[in-house]
Design a protein around this ligand. Structure first.
Ligand code: ZN
Length: 125
């Protein structure tokens, strides 16, 4: 099923089209195209604005569920949970940044597929 194939390629930070090309060159810098199938990762200006929905959405969901759970169910001290949550809200989105972009590319490719142009084995710089 294409949904799961794209999802698993996204969490491995690979091209959703071919599954071979890496999306990120360094932790915070991306390739513009897949080096194997030449799928263009950023289709237009502001394209990755959508990835913020994934990043913010997951961060907010975890905090919305986690904070009351830790305070009211596990009865941990409120101040400790509050400060831990604040640190989480800064660190988690930075860590999840690459996955949010990768998931966004896969989601977009799933909803509006762009065909691969050709297959090239060597990397493009
Ligand atoms: Zn590719």
């Amino acid at each position: 099923m294409r949904l799961w194939r794209y999802f698993f390629r996204a969490i491995r930070l690979r091209c959703p089209q071919c599954g071979k090309g890496r999306i990120f060159r360094t932790p915070f810098s991306m390739f513009s195209h897949c080096v194997y199938c030449e799928l263009k990762y950023a289709r237009e200006e502001g394209y990755f604005l959508g990835s913020i929905y994934f990043n913010y959405g997951l961060t907010a969901l975890i905090v919305t569920i986690g904070y009351p759970l830790l305070v009211f169910v596990f009865e941990l001290p409120g101040q400790i949970v509050l400060w831990s949550t604040m640190v989480f809200c800064v660190v988690f989105p930075l860590w999840f940044f690459r996955y949010a972009r990768s998931l966004w590319i896969a989601f977009d490719q799933l909803c509006d597929p762009e065909e691969a142009q050709d297959v090239r084995p060597q990397e493009r710089h």
